[in-house]
Design a protein around this ligand. Structure first.
Ligand code: CP
Length: 332
């Protein structure tokens, strides 16, 4: 066991070659089963927030590879964990990530974490302190199953799905459209998608109402790399000529931690919805969504159930991308 195991916290943990290899491996694993290459290996799955796809994809992936998972739900199976260093731990958390990570590393071969988010301050949550603490203290690879900032596993499936549909992604137009929802998500999916699609050479267009700008680190990084990225205040303008339309609802980072202001801003955004009229503006655009999706609020039934929707394939690809990540990290 290496003293500093490789982790997957965000896609920038992979160089372009490693990212390409992971996508190729995901595709090969979809075509042909790998066999029980992880026989006798275990992965701990720690969810501090709910999941339908990520948890099931991990459990199925490890089963298909001959391995085993231990699932622990933060809300019911154990207790709050402290992530900050040097704290006098006289508050709610009776255990530190440092100790939990050291112990769990002696039981399992990797730890996959969906960390908690306090939801009070974006300046605090964007630091991703909990997943960073697990990565620092675990003696086994740590996989980020969606932190405040990043969802690398979702972005791998997104790239894989777009490659299946379009072949080479270089020069293709991806329109990411913010959608209205009473329960928006963190911007992690969009952060990882924008980063991954720009790296793949796509022309990335982001449409959102005022106040839904992404974290500056994401846009600054893409700008520094000279990759194609533009923002629109109109979904129709962003979708014009796009080969992919990707819908997602995320919180306003401007109002983060303020439910009253957030609700008031959201009350003005009911028209931000993907329907057939919008999709028709694309270039025979395929439709993607990371799910969960609110039908006829975020996206019309017609689009979700239509021939251009790839949402089920996209979710199915989570399984293959997860297997590829597990093989890469556990066979290294
Ligand atoms: N897209 C995604 O991560 O789904 P779950 O929240 O259901 O895991």
């Amino acid at each position: 066991m290496s003293a500093s195991p490789a982790h997957l916290i965000r896609l920038s943990d992979l160089d372009d070659r490693e990212l390409e290899d992971l996508l190729d491996l995901s595709t090969r694993l979809k075509r042909r089963a790998a066999g029980e290459k992880l026989s006798g290996r275990s992965v701990g799955l720690l969810f501090f927030r709910g999941s339908l796809r990520t948890r099931t994809a991990f459990e199925a992936a490890m089963h298909q590879l001959g391995g085993h998972t231990v699932h622990l739900a933060g809300a019911s199976d154990f207790w709050e964990l402290e992530a900050a260093e040097g704290r006098v731990m006289d508050g709610r958390a009776p255990e530190h990530v440092k100790d939990a990570a050291a112990v769990l590393s002696t039981y399992v071969d990797a730890l996959a974490i969906r960390p908690p988010m306090a939801g009070h301050s974006w300046a605090a949550d964007r630091r991703d302190e909990a997943i960073a603490a697990w990565a620092k203290w675990a003696r086994v690879p740590v996989i980020n199953m969606e932190s405040a900032m990043w969802h690398p596993l979702q972005a791998l499936s997104d790239l894989m799905t777009m490659r299946e549909a379009l072949g080479s992604l270089r020069g293709k137009k991806l329109a990411i459209v913010w959608t209205h929802s009473p329960t928006p998500a963190s911007p992690a999916v969009v952060h990882s998608l924008v980063d991954a699609a720009a790296r793949a050479g796509m022309e990335v267009r982001l449409a959102h109402p005022p106040g839904y700008e992404l974290d500056e680190e994401v846009t600054r990084t893409i700008g520094a790399r000279g990759q194609s990225y533009s923002t629109f205040d109109s979904a129709a303008a962003a979708v014009e000529g796009a080969q992919v339309v990707y819908a997602r609802s995320w919180w306003s980072l401007a109002d983060y931690g303020n439910p009253t202001l957030s609700a008031s801003r959201r009350a003005r955004t009911h028209n931000w919805r993907v329907d057939e009229d919008l999709l028709r503006r694309g270039a025979e655009a395929r439709f993607l969504h990371a799910m969960p999706v609110r039908r006829n609020v975020e996206v019309s039934d017609e689009v979700l159930d239509g021939g251009r929707s790839l949402v089920v394939d996209q979710a199915a690809n989570r399984l293959h991308a997860t297997k590829a990540v597990l093989l890469k990290l556990l066979q290294a």
